[in-house]
Design a protein around this ligand. Structure first.
Ligand code: NDP
Length: 476
């Protein structure tokens, strides 16, 4: 009997996806460049289902029922191209290569067109949920042609996490749209984590709370509108005591690493002209954190002003919760705007309510909150910005005084809160019909004759600043 699907690349993600498919009753052909990983998977988990291990790529391909769906789960970048080239000679027309790694969407666009020319089919599928998600049910974001997706739909919708009877997997759109959506998902994850870190810093540094006390606050927050996987695991990480008997978090080096998807999200936002401040600040915060030696040096030369440590009142804690929630709304509003603009620009027809739906389970940003986003977009999503939808509008208006208070406290205490404060700045900029860019336009016209529009009459104008100071109309 032939396998229903193949999985190539059996490091942690690939092995777990293969086990996931096998446990759901599918026959799974498995292959890895170095056969030791294949042996290990079979010896440890071979009894979980119907595996077809192969040591040669030809045998691997031959073991799968046609048209063959083959998930490749290898290191993003050049390895994906290498594996595709190795597979091509063994494939038949209509076979489907599914790249489940974190590939850059422009690479996926390229591979999609390349394989289409070869009469093969390509799906770029974002997979979120880390190790555990891959095994128990991830959130999956497959992009490619709809008919290629139809072939794999019965398999991937079964492998995905399920929420309220709905799979956390749906067809995203053509080309690299699945990887684009996964990229923005990861960007939002960066912002979510940065906001959590800033709240933690305020509790720890301004209010002098210990890790256990902060853990309890997060555990409490997880019962309310902030309920989410990241808030839940924040409580767990803060509560962990290591073998020295002290909180583990206090011994972890404060240097964040990154693999690239947050940076790509910010780069794409710059290309698309989206004010994606929260995610971008989160990327920058990681970059600054990574300069640990430089920070230690600067602290000597620029001594940190002491901050007043006093116990927070319940109202102080609630203010930080509200600031976090409002900032989170801004981060999601910005991320969804990026999805919406990219969809229009690239012709992908993304269904924003469905994206919120498949992020409710399996993935790292899963949260109760996503139901609200789904409802907002399902109801027509008329407003240009999520913040203007009733639920979110009410929430930010309610949180606004606390948000300002918390950002003010952080500034006065010398604690950086780039995601809290940039979200507030975005909010304040968004809701002003008239901002200060009139002066910018004046300056641009002064040094570069870039022209400006006037409020009181139509057309484009230029003032001859350095000559006679007269204004001339440049176009109607
Ligand atoms: P890695 O990214 O560490 O990649 C290791 C795998 O890639 C191994 O199977 C390795 O084979 C294979 N590989 C590397 N280079 C080549 C090559 N030139 N030819 C053939 N095979 C090659 O594995 P992960 O499981 O961590 O991640 C896989 C993908 O999933 C990545 O794109 C990652 O970004 C993405 N991802 C990871 C998540 C996570 O939590 N780890 C979450 C979501 C997505 P060999 O054993 O022979 O060296």
């Amino acid at each position: 009997e032939l396998a229903d699907i193949g999985v190539l690349g059996l490091a942690v993600m690939g092995a777990n996806l293969a086990r996931n498919a096998a446990r759901k009753g599918f026959g799974v052909a498995v292959f890895n460049r170095h056969g030791a990983r294949t042996d290990e998977l079979i010896s440890q988990y071979g009894s979980e289902g119907r595996f077809h291990p192969a040591k040669e790529i030809a045998d691997f391909v031959a073991a799968i029922a046609r048209p063959r769906p083959i998930i490749i789960m290898v290191k993003a970048g050049k390895p994906v191209d290498e594996v595709i080239e190795e597979l091509i000679p063994h494939l038949d027309e209509g076979d489907i290569i599914i790249d489940g790694g974190n590939s850059l969407f422009t690479d996926t666009n390229r591979r999609f067109h390349y394989l289409t020319e070869k009469k093969l089919r390509f799906i770029g599928m974002g997979v979120s949920g880390g190790e555990e998600g891959a095994l128990e049910g991830p959130s999956m974001m497959p992009g490619g042609t709809l008919e290629a997706y139809s072939r794999i739909e019965p398999i991937v919708t079964k492998m995905a996490a399920q929420v309220d009877g709905e799979p956390c997997c749906t067809y995203i759109g053509t080309e690299g749209s699945g990887h684009f959506v996964k990229m923005v998902h990861n960007g939002i994850e960066y912002a979510d984590m940065q906001l959590i870190t800033e709240a933690y810093d305020l509790f720890k540094t301004v209010y002098g709370l210990d890790a256990k006390t902060i853990s309890d606050i997060f555990a409490e927050w997880n019962k309310g509108e902030l309920n989410s996987y990241l808030i839940e695991i924040t409580a767990a990480v803060l509560a962990k005591v290591d073998s020295t008997g002290k909180p583990l978090v206090d011994s972890i080096v404060d240097e964040a690493e990154q693999k690239g998807t947050g940076r790509w999200t910010a780069q794409s936002a710059l290309d698309l002209g989206i004010p994606l401040t929260s995610i971008t600040e989160a990327v920058f915060a990681r970059a600054l954190s990574a300069r640990r030696a430089g920070r230690a040096e600067a602290e000597k030369l620029l001594p940190h002003a002491p901050v007043a440590a006093r116990k927070p009142s319940p109202a102080d804690i609630e203010a930080i919760r509200q600031a976090l929630f409002a900032s989170k709304i801004i981060a999601y509003a910005q991320g969804f705007e990026q999805l919406s603009v990219a969809s229009a620009q690239f012709g992908w027809k993304l269904k924003l309510d469905e994206l919120a739906t498949i992020w409710r389970g399996g993935c790292i940003i899963r949260a109760r909150f996503l139901n609200r986003i789904r409802e907002a977009y399902k109801a027509g999503g008329g407003a240009s910005n999520l913040v203007l939808e009733d639920y979110f509008r009410d929430a930010v208006l309610k949180a606004e005084p606390a948000w300002r208070e918390v950002v003010g406290l952080a500034v006065a205490s010398g604690i950086p809160v780039p995601a809290f404060s940039s979200s507030l700045a975005y909010y304040d900029g968004l809701r002003r019909a008239r901002g200060p860019a009139n002066l910018l336009q004046g300056l641009r016209d002064y040094f570069g004759a870039h022209t400006y529009a006037r409020l009181d009459k139509p057309g484009k104008f230029h003032t001859r600043w350095a000559q006679d100071g007269e204004e001339v109309q440049v176009s109607s």
